[in-house]
Each structure stands twice: as structure tokens, then as C-alpha cells.
Design a protein around this ligand. Structure first.
Ligand SMILES: [Zn+2]
Length: 214
């Protein structure tokens, strides 16, 4: 928004959502005291609040939310490709992530199901950049929760992959680190977020963030 790349209508909609100023069914029924049903018009189960619409509605979890998650993951994939000189398009939004990309320095796995000897539930990962020189695995998992749950989600992600991290270390004798990349649905990021991005050296995304934070 600071760079002025968005259409005026998009910008005003984002600001209205961030200010909780959308005329949702919940607002109409509970604040404006209308006779509207305060429930969500899609799932008809929960109150139609802003946070429900942007991150909690079961009806659009597998379509809109999944599409948003995949697009964010694709942007991270693109910036890792750019950093390590793996094939990528000029613009991040044209990028189509390949399951496996590799050069002499790095191997990059996308949407990868880790094979392990032990039965481990959490082993499907968004991105795994493997540095062949330092023998380091970065296990990257991306989430876009409601904005009040960003820090909690980061902690959850780190805990979720503890067992897998241990198993990878044991099987391949490599250094492994879990990197949660969590961005609130309305743009909130934690204090740790920049450090996490720096860890996987997503330099172009990092530059963009720094510009926005200054
Ligand atoms: Zn709903």
C-alpha cells in the first residue's frame, strides 16, 4: 500500500477490513440492531465477523484460503530460486513452483512428503531448501491465520515439526531448522518474522519488508 501499487478500491477495502468497518451480518445485527441473521452467509454456522471471513470460514478453507496460502508459498519459493540462481520467472506472481529444483549448491523441494522410518504425522512440508555445502535443511512451513493468532501459530509450527526435525537429523546426519513463515490475514507479522525470513535468505522479500517498515 505504501508503494501505491494497489487500485484505489482494493486499498479502501483493505483499510475497511483492518478497521473492522465492514458491514458484515454480525455488525448489522449486533451493532446496527437490524433484524439480519448475524451468522455467516456461507457456512451459516458462526457469526459473520471480519475475522471469521478472512480466516475462519470452513466453506472457503479449501478454496480461497488454500489459494492464498499457495500464492504466499509460491512467493517464498520464487525468492529462494532467485537467491540461489534456480529457474524462476521475472515476476513472482508468474512463478510456478516445480516439485524439485537443483543446482550444484542447493536443492529445493516443494510441497514435499518426507519419508521416515518412524510413523510421523506432521511430515508434509511446504518448502525445503537444502544447502549442499553446509548440509543444512530448512523446513519451511507457511500459514496465514487470523491476525491475533500469528505468534501462537509460529510456536505451534515449531512444536509440530520437532519429531520430524529429530528424525531428519538422525537419518541424514544434517543440521535441520524449522522456519515458520506466518503472516496474519490482514498483514500482521511478529517481531521474529524478519529473522525467520533472513534465516532462509529470502533477500528480495526482506528488502521489500524493510522498505515497508521504515
Ligand atoms: Zn462461515
Amino acid at each position: 500500500m505504501k508503494r501505491g501499487c494497489l487500485k484505489r478500491e482494493t486499498k479502501s477495502l483493505i483499510i475497511a477490513v483492518q478497521d473492522q468497518a465492514l458491514r458484515t451480518n454480525y455488525t448489522k445485527a449486533k451493532i446496527k440492531k437490524s433484524t439480519n441473521d448475524p451468522k455467516c452467509r456461507l457456512c451459516k454456522r458462526k457469526y459473520e465477523t471480519v475475522s471469521h471471513i478472512v480466516s475462519e470460514c470452513s466453506k472457503i478453507a479449501q478454496t480461497e484460503y488454500k489459494g492464498r496460502h499457495d500464492k504466499a508459498a509460491s512467493a517464498v519459493h520464487w525468492s529462494i530460486c532467485k537467491k540461489h540462481e534456480l529457474p524462476h520467472t521475472e515476476k513472482w506472481y508468474d512463478h510456478c513452483a516445480e516439485p524439485v529444483l537443483e543446482n550444484e549448491k542447493v536443492k529445493l523441494l516443494w510441497d514435499f512428503n518426507m519419508q521416515t522410518d518412524k510413523v510421523i504425522k506432521a511430515k508434509r512440508l511446504d518448502l525445503i531448501p537444502i544447502n549442499k555445502e553446509t548440509k543444512q535443511f530448512h523446513v519451511i512451513d507457511i500459514a496465514i491465520p487470523g491476525d491475533t493468532r500469528v505468534v501462537q501459530k509460529e510456536d505451534e509450527k515449531i512444536g509440530k515439526y520437532n519429531e520430524l526435525e529429530f528424525e531428519i537429523n538422525r537419518l541424514w546426519k544434517v543440521k535441520t531448522e524449522v522456519i515458520p513463515i506466518v503472516i496474519g490475514a490482514l498483514g500482521t507479522i511478529s517481531m521474529r518474522h524478519i529473522a525467520y525470513l533472513a534465516e532462509v535468505v529470502v533477500t528480495c522479500l526482506l528488502r521489500l519488508y524493510r522498505r515497508q517498515l521504515c
